[in-house]
Ligand binder design. Structure first.
Ligand SMILES: [Zn+2]
Length: 315
């Protein structure tokens, strides 16, 4: 078994990283467009609502727009992520028709990228309290994401460490650990349901597509080492049965372990490649693109992550 394990991991990672999967190369912008320079509105299928428990609903993402979680309480709703600004009307429609007509009280941004926080501006106009980490607000104000829609609005409530919301007898725990996918990632935990939302700190399911590439947004303070630590902290700190990543399908703690292992593999591979101290950033780019990791090039992952990854992992 021990001899087989690396092979299995390699297959998993290869699938996740797009090895031998031409479709992943052909469609990288589908789920990566949040980080692409062109964030113009794109067509998308009608939204649906999936009931997870008595009080939790998922509005699944499609294409590049994010998954949304809705907590229903007697006193109102709490949303985790809100997709793009231009999808606000359809998001509200599906919530009103399928989930609840109660007022939306809080929106939580898992991080600053526009596919998760783009509709903040509309919810703020409705008088909803929008919550993010402090970097989640600052990154939007600093326009850290090229091509993000003009007029993006940051959260009006920010926090450090952990914040807990209590609404209608329900508790929601929001935590900002530190740098990972970006510097702003928060996780949102629903203890009554043993469900956790991790934003883009993982990508679960749909591994043949582009979105599972570890887009380390070094330009906005992301870090591969931090990202691995974040996932280890999530596994250690929370009792959960189901997890919603920013895109893709619902998963279990095993999916967080698998994604952490993919990141470990990236770090190990890049460290080994840079170990002799002779490689340039261009060499790393070629290696990531043509070597075993098969990172897309050109790709926004490279633009956002290459320089930082090189500086971070070179000896
Ligand atoms: Zn993101």
């Amino acid at each position: 078994m021990k001899r087989q394990r690396p092979a299995l991991l390699a297959i998993l990672a290869a699938a996740a990283l797009g090895l031998g999967a031409p479709a992943a190369r052909a469609q990288p912008l589908d789920q990566m467009s949040v980080l692409a320079t062109d964030l113009k509105p794109q067509p998308y299928p009608p939204f649906t609502a999936v009931k997870l428990s008595d009080d939790l609903w998922q509005i699944p993402g499609s294409g590049s727009n994010s998954n949304v979680m809705v907590l229903v309480t007697d006193e109102g709703l709490i949303l985790v992520d809100v997709k793009y600004d231009y999808q606000y009307d359809d998001l509200i429609k599906v919530i009103r028709e399928k989930v609840s007509t109660k007022p939306i009280k809080f929106v939580i941004d898992t991080h600053y990228h526009a596919d998760h926080s783009g509709a903040n501006v509309r919810f703020l106009k409705d008088g909803v309290q929008v919550i993010s980490s402090i970097p989640g607000r600052e990154d939007i104000l600093a326009k850290k994401q090229p091509g993000a829609p003009v007029g993006m609005a940051p959260a009006n409530v920010t926090f450090t460490g952990e914040m807990r919301l209590y609404l209608g007898g329900k508790e929601v725990r929001i935590r900002h650990y530190g740098p990972g996918h970006t510097n702003s990632d928060v996780v949102v935990y629903f203890p009554q349901d043993r469900v956790i939302c991790v934003g883009d700190l993982a990508h679960i399911g749909d591994l043949e597509r582009g979105g599972q590439y570890p887009l380390i947004d070094y330009i906005a303070g992301g870090s591969i080492g931090g990202w691995i630590e974040r996932l280890n902290s999530i596994l250690a700190d929370y009792k959960f049965d189901r997890v919603m990543s920013g895109h893709g399908t619902l998963g279990t703690p095993a999916d967080i372990v698998a994604y952490r292992d993919i990141l470990e593999r990236v770090r190990t591979d890049v460290r080994a490649f840079l170990a002799d101290g002779t490689k340039t950033q261009a060499d790393l780019r070629t290696h990531l693109n043509k070597g075993p990791l098969h990172w897309p090039d050109p790709g926004f992952a490279m633009v956002r992550g290459l320089h930082g990854l090189y500086a971070d992992l070179k000896p």
